[in-house]
Design a protein around this ligand. Structure first.
Ligand code: GLN
Length: 331
């Protein structure tokens, strides 16, 4: 069970607007100070290059829907986006081909199993079940319309860059490190092909998926990307519409049920926000109409979710009134 000490932190209601900018700054700094010394969790090492991360890194960023940022700690350190890319690629593909097509092929229900589960595919007759686990993300990446493999990759890279409001680039060392060790994802690609859920060459699709996971972001970038989903699909910093308001809404619904893997229910119960995590230690948590939190701290719990990131999100969700399910009685 997810553990966080929120003793004495009053539950503010989601109803209404964010507190004043000065108060947000104070609470973001307080969240950082509260959990900066938390020692729990293990840095991921199944992708060898991720193991070189400093376990002490901890950055927090909250970007509101007017584009204003509130930050503490290592909010400008770059790390690979990993699974968090799945949320934004899903949104881009829905924008291109409509959410019904993605729903039919990939699904939107939680598997209840780890993100890299092969058994989940076998148990569900080849359905990946949702786009936030590796099988579903690989199937979703393959659905991005394109003339060639490189064109598909460029559409994904530039689309994620529009969410971030800057040109994102791949960490080649992380990409190569994962390509040398990702036999499991290649097997998932072949299995999807066998079940008729992949129309493209599985090797080429897994290659693009691995590149999208190796894109470098900061906690600040994650907050801007999330704030774009919170702002009805418009990047609040650049003013560019990246996806429609309907696609932003649908993406948040999938994140609520599947974004934190098999812990999604507990996360929603404790924190009450759509969110996505990645194995390099990033988390993005979105508060529709208000803004988004980006966090970065490499040590993970057994499901692959950043320990300090989850605690900071819990603290800020409660103290800023971000929990979607928290209402106050009308006056
Ligand atoms: N690239 C990683 C993988 O496929 C992403 C997993 C994650 O962040 N949970 O294993």
């Amino acid at each position: 069970m997810f553990e966080v000490d929120l003793e004495g932190v009053p539950q503010r209601a989601f109803t209404g607007a964010l507190p004043s900018a000065g108060h947000i700054d104070d609470l973001v700094r307080e969240a950082h100070a509260r959990y900066v010394d938390t020692p729990d969790g293990e840095v991921a090492d199944y992708i060898p290059e991720l193991a070189v991360a400093d376990a002490a890194w901890f950055g927090l960023s909250l970007v509101d829907v007017t584009g204003v940022a509130h930050e503490a700690g290592d909010a400008a350190i770059e790390f690979s986006i990993q699974s968090i890319s799945k949320a934004f690629v899903f949104a881009l593909v829905c924008e291109e081909i409509g959410h019904e097509a993605v729903h039919a092929r990939v699904g939107v229900n939680n598997t209840g199993l780890p993100f890299n589960s092969v058994m989940a595919l076998e148990l569900n007759l080849g359905s990946p079940m949702n786009p936030m686990v590796n099988a579903g993300a690989i199937a979703t990446t393959a659905m991005m319309p394109a003339d060639s493999v490189e064109h598909r990759w460029e559409r994904i890279r530039s689309g994620l860059s529009r969410f971030a409001g800057r040109e994102l680039v791949v960490d080649d060392v992380v990409y190569e490190s994962e390509m040398l060790t990702n036999t499991r994802n290649r097997a998932i690609g072949r299995l999807l092909e066998g079940y008729g859920r992949l129309d493209e060459d599985p090797e080429a699709v897994v290659d693009i998926y691995t590149r999208q996971c190796a894109l470098l972001v900061t906690a600040h970038d994650l907050a801007v990307m999330g704030a774009t989903l919170a702002d009805g699909g418009v990047n609040p910093v650049t003013g560019e519409r990246v996806v429609s308001a309907e696609v932003a809404r649908d993406t948040l619904a999938v994140l609520a049920s599947c974004g934190m893997y098999e812990r999604s229910g507990e996360w929603l119960y404790e924190i009450g926000l759509p969110a996505k995590s990645g194995v390099a230690g990033g988390i993005v948590a979105i508060s529709p109409g208000k803004g988004a939190l980006g966090s970065f701290a490499p040590p993970l719990d057994p499901a692959g979710n950043s320990v300090r990131g989850q605690r900071a999100c819990a603290y800020l969700s409660r103290s800023l009134g971000l929990n979607l399910f928290a209402s106050s009685t009308a006056p």
